[in-house]
Design a protein around this ligand. Structure first.
Ligand SMILES: *Cc1c(COP(=O)(O)O)cnc(C)c1O
Length: 385
């Protein structure tokens, strides 16, 4: 298969749903923090599949685990047990400090599971979510996603109210007799890398405890070392009742999970939830290898260090188009006074992939393995454009 850029785009235009705004770039290969297009041009990747490729593209240990597992067993369904799912469940429970895990294949699917579990555990219907929250595009997840443009055409959705992020009192005021749970990202990702003030999540935890409300923490984007901790909840020291992870879980392989505390998890009985592909041997093998790499290469610490370095370099830019630079680990947002599409385009032409979210926030979520020199080059290109 060696199609040209035009042939590839031609087929997309003819056959693929036109639901994405794609950049004019067709990627053929990737390794570490570098991707290569079909013409052989290389790019430093500060997007990493949107916080997916934390261990870098095609990490040899993940590739090897996928190859070896693919030769042994790919899929058998959850009608049976597999050792890969057993080992990963134990590892993930330890890492997240949750008690039980349900395996699925994506972030939205993990959120669906979380909402269903909260609905059943509480016996109540309504969710509280934050303004600018993003939790996915399936109908349950969409019901707690804030953006009007995403939601409106698909109403009626499940009942939800939106409160301002980083305002614990707003949550206190919104909880009523029909509240099934509160769902929050510990750092808002799609919303523009919004970091709450110290103490916010702790206060939310206290409010949920006082009122007996379930707290769902969506760590789909913030997990697996992205923010300089294994999971971003560690920055505030709190534990959620239900937690969702996905993006970086499988080292690029589709993988997600919903986790819960024992007493909450106990509300899901046999038949209450299921997924055909969820936790299949191949995705579990990829996730096990991915977690091993994060540990072995000290990527959680590295994320913290390189994140600080990147923020410091970006702050050195001192340009009047920069409104604010904020970050935790290698999850960094640079809010501009202008829209960022143009900058993304011009940086790409110069060999750097950047992502723009919420119109005017440049979001840096590169592989945690990215070299200092690669970050330097990205910052230099950014300065130029
Ligand atoms: C990306 C994301 C999702 C949705 O994940 P998909 O795998 O795209 O379904 C959910 N929640 C958060 C916080 C995300 O960043």
């Amino acid at each position: 298969m060696d199609l040209s850029y035009d042939e590839i785009v031609g087929k997309f235009e003819k056959y693929v749903f036109q639901t994405y705004t794609r950049q004019p770039l067709a990627i053929r290969k990737a390794r570490g923090a570098v991707v290569e297009d079909v013409n052989g041009k290389e790019y430093i990747d500060c997007v990493a599949g949107i916080a997916v490729n934390n261990v870098g593209h095609c990490h040899p240990a993940v590739v090897d685990a996928i190859k070896r597992q693919a030769e042994q067993l790919i899929h058998v369904s959850n009608l049976y047990y597999t050792e890969q799912q057993a080992v990963l469940a134990e590892e993930l429970a330890h890492l997240t400090k949750m008690d039980r895990v349900f395996f699925c294949n994506s972030g939205a699917e993990a959120v669906e599971g979380a909402l269903k579990l909260a609905r059943k555990a509480s016996g109540k219907k309504r969710f509280i979510a934050a303004e600018h929250a993003f939790h996915g595009r399936t109908r349950g997840a969409l019901s707690v996603t804030h953006k009007e443009k995403y939601r409106k055409p698909f109403e009626p959705l499940a009942p939800a109210v939106f409160i301002p992020y980083n305002d614990a009192d707003a949550i206190r005021g919104a909880i009523d007799d029909d509240t099934a749970g509160v769902i929050l990202e510990p750092i808002q990702g799609e919303g523009g890398v919004i970091i709450p003030s110290d103490g916010y999540l702790k206060e939310v935890r206290e409010i949920c405890d006082e009122t007996g409300t379930l707290l769902i923490m969506d760590e789909v984007q913030t997990g697996f070392g992205r923010t300089g901790k294994w999971f971003a909840r560690e920055h505030s020291g709190i534990r959620a009742d239900i937690m969702t992870v996905a993006k970086a879980m499988g080292g690029g392989f589709p993988m997600g999970s919903m986790l819960a505390r024992e007493d909450v998890a106990a509300n899901f009985g046999r038949g209450d939830h299921a997924s055909t592909f969820g936790g299949n041997a191949l995705s579990c093998a990829a996730a096990i290898a991915n977690i091993e790499v994060i540990k072995r290469e000290g990527l959680v610490k590295r994320s913290e260090e390189m994140g600080k370095y990147l923020v410091q370099r970006l702050k050195g830019l001192h340009k009047d188009y920069i409104k604010e630079i904020r970050g935790r680990g290698l999850m960094v947002g640079m809010e501009l006074t202008v829209k960022c599409d143009d900058i993304v385009n011009r940086a790409r032409e110069r060999g750097v992939l950047l992502n723009c979210t919420s119109d005017s926030v440049l979001r840096f979520v590169p592989p945690l393995t990215i070299a200092k020199e690669q970050l330097d080059k990205a910052v230099a290109v950014l300065d130029e454009v």
